[in-house]
Design a protein around this ligand. Structure first.
Ligand SMILES: C[S@@+](CC[C@H](N)C(=O)[O-])C[C@H]1O[C@@H](n2cnc3c(N)ncnc32)[C@H](O)[C@@H]1O
Length: 392
């Protein structure tokens, strides 16, 4: 493909990404993969170039753009070499015209930028939400140790005790250590959230929103494979992906429970008041993960934010019923919005005045209300809110 044809291809890819974002369809990664599946003429260099252009345009446009071309025109407005490729050549984009519609820049749609600013995320902190995430690994303490593991490349040690950082795109999934379960891909912030649970061997720990078990596996390692670890989720497909991962990681003591939304307490009634710790890695807006899914900010609506915050509050109350006296509940969201962080923790403490907030020493993050917030700008992790709440 010529450089101009790559630009036109990125415009078409962006049209598909925008349509998917408007219709709550597939993620940008999936849309891009599908687009190339039907265009076999594109080589690997073409794919990389088109993908990079499309993602640069996604990151550059705050609100959802009117079209792929408007998004690319916005990118070209700050890049003369890119603007020159609007040359009308065969397969290339038509030349730019006067008053050509140009998409708006910025960090996110205006309402969302305002909510972030009100939560203390503006300027560098807001821009960092759209950076590129590095690749973080967790050495699986059930099978290896960071101090002695032998990997094809040397990683940078992270604040999390088993965490190592590599450059974006490092092919770790091809490494023998990945295939035999000695390492897992996990953001450093996510590792710190697991550390905050303080899980110990022999304890009863419930991972209430386990998904495919990213955090469950870290809890299993902290528990050295001893005790009870119950991984729950309402999404059957996600939860079913945990078993093969647990097998590879040597974490075969994990139990799983599929929950019915709204009837979680019933499915967990036998565990009421028994858990040493409950982790709620709650469904959230995902504002802390835009480095990986920058088009997610085009999908979020105020109604969706209200929906997930209501679920978070309900799950906090469900989890409180599972914790033993003196036990702990760790509330985590990958969001920087106070509505999904400090405000949730404060509202929980107001509803449960006998409970107390726990202080952490995680080696990263800054205090936000009753919890700690990890911020991509200051902590170089995904954005997270983490609160520890201790039962009377
Ligand atoms: C942030 S994700 C969890 C990610 C996972 N803990 C990890 O580390 O990979 C939130 C999860 O909450 C689940 N969820 C949504 N509503 C739920 C509910 N009412 N009870 C339990 N889990 C729920 C979703 O299916 C999703 O897997």
């Amino acid at each position: 493909m010529t450089p101009a044809a790559r630009v036109q291809a990125a415009i078409e890819v962006l049209d598909a990404v925008i349509a998917a974002a408007r219709g709550q369809g597939a993620s940008a990664d999936r849309v891009i993969a599908d687009w190339f599946r039907t265009r076999r003429f594109a080589g690997s260099g073409d794919r990389r170039a088109v993908r990079d252009l499309a993602y640069a345009a996604i990151r550059a446009c705050g609100p959802v753009p009117a079209s792929g071309r408007a998004a690319m025109v916005h990118l070209a407005a700050h890049d003369p070499a890119l603007a020159a490729l609007f040359d009308g050549s065969r397969h290339g984009p038509a030349p730019l015209v006067a008053d050509e519609p140009e998409a708006e820049g910025g960090i996110a749609p205006a309402w969302l930028e305002a909510r972030l600013a009100a939560s203390g995320i503006a300027d560098d902190s807001a821009r960092a939400l759209l950076g590129r995430a590095p690749l973080d690994l967790r050495v699986n303490a059930l099978k290896a140790d960071r101090a002695s593991i032998d990997l094809p490349l040397e990683g940078e040690p992270l604040a999390a005790p088993q965490g190592l950082r590599f450059p974006h795109g490092t092919p770790v999934e091809q490494w023998v250590a990945f295939k035999d379960g000695r390492i897992e891909v996990q953001d450093g912030g996510s590792q710190l959230a697991c550390l905050a649970v303080g899980a110990h061997p022999g304890e009863t720990v419930i991972d209430l929103c386990a998904g495919a078990g990213g955090k469950t596996l870290a809890l299993a390692a902290a528990m050295a494979g001893k005790g009870r670890l119950i991984a729950c989720d309402t999404d059957r497909a996600r939860l079913s992906r945990l078993a093969p991962r647990a097998e590879r990681a040597g974490a075969t003591f994990i139990e799983t429970r599929l929950l019915d939304p709204g009837r979680e307490a019933e499915a967990l009634a036998d565990l009421a008041g028994t858990a040493d710790a409950v982790l709620i890695d709650a469904p959230c807006s995902g504002t802390g993960t835009w480095r990986r899914n920058p088009e997610a900010r085009w999908r979020l609506t105020e109604a969706e934010l209200a929906r997930v915050t209501a679920i978070q509050a309900r799950l906090l109350d469900v989890a409180a019923g599972l914790v033993r006296p003196g036990g702990r509940l760790v509330f985590v969201t990958c969001s920087l919005l106070d509505a999904e962080g400090a405000d949730q923790a404060a509202a929980f403490l107001a509803r449960h005045p006998d409970w107390t907030a726990q202080e952490f020493a995680l080696g990263a993050g800054s205090v936000r209300g009753a919890g700690i917030r990890l911020d991509p700008a200051q902590d170089s992790t995904d954005g997270f809110f983490i609160a520890g709440l201790v039962s009377p």
